[in-house]
Design a protein around this ligand. Structure first.
Ligand code: ADP
Ligand code: MG
Length: 335
C-alpha cells in the first residue's frame, strides 16, 4: 500500500496535515494536530493549528543555554523518551551509556520505568530490590543509595515505582523530584541517561524537567508521527512551565532494515519532516540486541566487535559532535 507524506515537505507550509487523504504508515493522518516545517534558515519549527485555524509557530529546539550560568558544568542529562513501548528506549539507554563510558565519560543511567527492563538488562532482578528510584522520588532517599555499579552506574527500578505516579501526584514539587535528587551526584558524572516508561505521565515529566535534552528512539517498522507530535506538545508545556532549556536533541531510527522499502521510507519521512534532528546513525535490526540483556550485559560487552555494538559507538560520537557544534553556536551567537 502506498505511503503518504503525513506532513508537508520543508518549505511547503501551505499544505495542511492530512490533506492528501491517503494512509500514513501507521496513523490516521486526519487526526494530527500539528505539523513540522523548516523555515528558510533551516530551523525546524513546530506549527500549531489554533482553534481559529491560524497557525502559530514556535521553535522545536530552544536556543542552547549553558548548563549553568557560569558555563562550568558540562553535565548532560538526556531523557530517552517515546510514549510508545518497544521502540528501543531501554536498549538505547544502556548501550549509549556504555558507549559513552568506553569513550572515557563518567556515566549514570537511571531506570525510571516500573517494568525495570534496564535494571534487568544489567543482570539484576527488580523484584528482589529493596530500595529503588521509588524511594528516591517519593521518600527523598539519596539517589547514591540506589546506585549499583555494573558496566555503568545504574540507579535501579523496582515494581514499587508503579506506585510513584500516584504517590507523587499529591506532593508539592511533584515534577521536580528527580531534578532535585540528581543534584547530589551531578559532579560525579558527565552523562546521566534516563530511561522512561512508555507514557507521558509524571515519571516521564520528571525526566523532562531534570533533562538538558531528549532523545527520541523511533521504530522504523512502525512510524508514529502523531506520537511524536504529542511528545513535542508535552515538551512544549514543560518548557513553558518547568524547564525552559529542554528540547528534542535528536531522533534515532531503530530496528532499521535496509532491505525493506518500508524501513527506507520511514527514514525518508522522518528526514523530510525533522531534517537535521534525525541522527545519521541508524540502529539496524538484529537479534543481538535481544540476546545481550538475557546475559545481563550491553551489546558492547556481549559482542564487542559486532556491528550492533559499533552502531551505538557511532551514535555516541554523533551526539558528542552535535553537542560541540551547539555549544560553539551558543558561544558565537551569544553577543
Ligand atoms: P522500549 O524500552 O522502548 O520498550 P526496548 O529497548 O525494551 O524498547 O526494546 C524492545 C525489544 O526490541 C527488546 O526485546 C529489545 O531487545 C528489542 N530490540 C531493541 N533494539 C533492537 C534492534 N535494533 N533490533 C532488534 N531488536 C531490538
Ligand atoms: Mg523500556
Amino acid at each position: 500500500m502506498g505511503l503518504m507524506r503525513l506532513l508537508p515537505r520543508p518549505h511547503d507550509r501551505s499544505r495542511r496535515v492530512g490533506e492528501s487523504g491517503s494512509d500514513d504508515m501507521a496513523e490516521d493522518a486526519g487526526e494530527a494536530t500539528a505539523l513540522h516545517t523548516e523555515d528558510d534558515s533551516g530551523n525546524v519549527a513546530q506549527v500549531h493549528e489554533t482553534a481559529g485555524g491560524e497557525l502559530r509557530q514556535q521553535p522545536l529546539v530552544p536556543t542552547p543555554v549553558p548548563a549553568s550560568a557560569d558555563g562550568t558544568s558540562d553535565l548532560r542529562v538526556i531523557a530517552l523518551a517515546n510514549q510508545k513501548g518497544g521502540v528501543a528506549k531501554t536498549t538505547t539507554t544502556l548501550n549509549l551509556g556504555v558507549a559513552f563510558n568506553e569513550m572515557g565519560y563518567r556515566v549514570l543511567v537511571v531506570d525510571l520505568d516500573p517494568q525495570g527492563n534496564l535494571t534487568m538488562s544489567q543482570g539484576m532482578n527488580p523484584d528482589s530490590i529493596e530500595r529503588s528510584m521509588f524511594d528516591v522520588l517519593v521518600h527523598k532517599v539519596p539517589i547514591s543509595d540506589v546506585v549499583e555499579h555494573r558496566e555503568v552506574d545504574i540507579a535501579v527500578s523496582s515494581i514499587d515505582l508503579a506506585g510513584a505516579e500516584l504517590a507523587l501526584a499529591s506532593m508539592i514539587g511533584r515534577e521536580r523530584s528527580l531534578e532535585k535528587a540528581l543534584i547530589e551526584v551531578r559532579d560525579r558524572y558527565d552523562y546521566i541517561l534516563i530511561d522512561t516508561p512508555p507514557s507521558l505521565g509524571l515519571l516521564t515529566i520528571n525526566a523532562f524537567v531534570a533533562a538538558t535534552g531528549v532523545i527520541v528512539p523511533v521504530q522504523c517498522e512502525y512510524l508514529s508521527l502523531r506520537g511524536l507530535v504529542q511528545l513535542e506538545n508535552t515538551l512544549a508545556m514543560v518548557r513553558e512551565n518547568l524547564n525552559a532549556r529542554v528540547g528534542v536533541e535528536g531522533i534515532v531510527a531503530t530496528m532499521f532494515d535496509g532491505r525493506t522499502l518500508h524501513s527506507r521510507e520511514a527514514i525518508e519521512i522522518l528526514e523530510e519532516n525533522f531534517g537535521d534532528l534525525v541522527f545519521r546513525t541508524r540502529i539496524r535490526k538484529t537479534v543481538r540486541y535481544a540476546e545481550a540483556p538475557v546475559k545481563g550485559s550491553s551489546v558492547l560487552k556481549y559482542d564487542p566487535t559486532g556491528s550492533a555494538a559499533e552502531a551505538y559507538r557511532e551514535l555516541a560520537k554523533e551526539i558528542r559532535v552535535k553537542r560541540e557544534a551547539h555549544a560553539g553556536q551558543g558561544a558565537s551567537g551569544g553577543a
